[in-house]
Design a protein around this ligand. Structure first.
Ligand code: IPM
Ligand code: MN
Length: 354
């Protein structure tokens, strides 16, 4: 059944504008093929919002996102706004919109594509069959705890409530049940009290509600090693906010490029934020060479999770996969002299849609 959807588009800063501009035509092409209509409503977030409105998340942007069916986001931040003493920073906009929409579960899938294995610094034989979904807690922990700063010290409070742990573990366990039935919970329970709470709550939820899903606990330091030495051993990984931030940048190296990892940030409602896991890459911004695949794949997650359009989502994923098979690579993946531009890569995806 054809649908109409209102999608808030937040290009943000740096390459954010280019990769989002490359993704919208892909979504439009999918809509046309299936008779859907997508209305895109563009708003400011991040550095560009600081310049235009004085704040990284204008009220108008948050309001629009609340009313939308879904939000597609590029990236925020850049050297222009990076003065460590600045009162407002672009990143605050991103954190505020995640929190404001209650998006506590951040899904970050990593499935190395056969054609891109050579781009990974990890040996190919370790990467075959790897299919990992990291579920990162997104609205709690040290990111959101009270902060203090004086002349001589600074503090960041890491706090988790039982309810915050329960809901993200449930999200991850449901996903594990639909996949290979294995959940790895990552913490630092040998040192941190929040981690000991995390482990206790996880064990209880898994025992009472998901007896059919196997659960394993890993300390974050050794997990950082296992992720590279035996990535095939993992199915769904659930972890707190900062550990998830760090482990997913690491996991992107399994896929060969940070430019390939999509993400979905979900809460209890239907609206979610869909964004690549990479940043605004100021060093290559404005050159038209950024890899748009992570954003295009985030668009696929948007269709799946917020709009319920599974076949359409799968068609984008298949088209990206076919473009990679054909070695349509941007500079992050290509052999010297073989790179295509951002728009050429996006067009290659459109050309391969069924
Ligand atoms: C991410 C980014 C953000 C985060 C930054 C930009 C605040 O690194 O989405 O992974 O740390 O969550
Ligand atoms: Mn990050």
């Amino acid at each position: 059944m054809p649908i109409h959807a209102d999608i808030v588009v937040l290009p943000g800063d740096g390459i954010g504008t280019e990769i989002v501009a490359a993704t919208l035509p892909v979504l439009e092409a999918v809509a046309r093929r299936h008779g859907h209509t997508f209305a895109f409503h563009q708003h400011d977030i991040g550095g560009v919002a600081i310049d235009r409105h004085g704040v990284p998340l204008p009220e108008s942007t948050l309001e629009a996102a609340r009313k939308a069916d879904a939000v597609l986001l590029g990236a925020v931040g850049g050297p222009k706004w990076s003065d460590p003493n600045a009162k407002v920073r672009p990143e605050q906009g991103l954190l505020a919109i995640r929190k404001g929409l209650g998006l506590f579960a951040n899904l970050r899938p990593t499935k190395p594509h056969p054609a891109a294995l050579g781009a990974s610094p990890i040996k190919s034989h370790l990467l075959e069959g790897v299919d990992i979904l990291v579920v990162r807690e997104l609205t709690g922990g040290i990111y959101f705890g009270d902060k203090t700063r004086s002349e001589t010290d600074a503090t960041d409070l890491c706090r988790y409530t039982v309810a915050e742990i329960e809901r993200v573990v449930r999200s991850a366990a449901r996903l594990a049940r639909q996949r290979r039935g294995h959940l790895t919970s990552v913490d630092k329970a040998n040192v941190l009290e929040t981690s000991r709470l995390w482990r206790d709550v996880t064990n209880r939820i898994m025992r009472e509600e998901f007896p059919e899903v196997t659960v394993e606990h890993q300390l974050v330091d050794s997990m950082a090693m296992h992720l590279l030495s035996k990535p095939r051993a993992y199915d769904v990984i659930v972890t707190e906010n900062m550990f998830g931030d760090i482990l997913t940048d690491e996991a992107s190296m399994l896929a060969g490029s940070l430019g390939l990892l999509a993400s979905a940030s979900l809460g209890d409602g239907k609206v979610g934020i869909y964004e690549p896991i990479h940043g605004s890459a100021p060093d290559i911004a404005g050159k038209g060479i950024a890899n748009p695949y992570a954003t295009i794949l985030s668009g696929a997650l948007l269709l799946r999770h917020s709009l319920g359009l599974e076949a359409e989502a799968a068609s984008i994923e298949a088209a990206v996969s076919a473009a990679l098979d054909a070695k349509v690579f941007t500079a992050d993946l290509a052999a010297p002299g073989q790179a295509v531009s951002t728009t050429q890569a996006a067009q290659a995806v459109i050309d391969r849609l069924p």
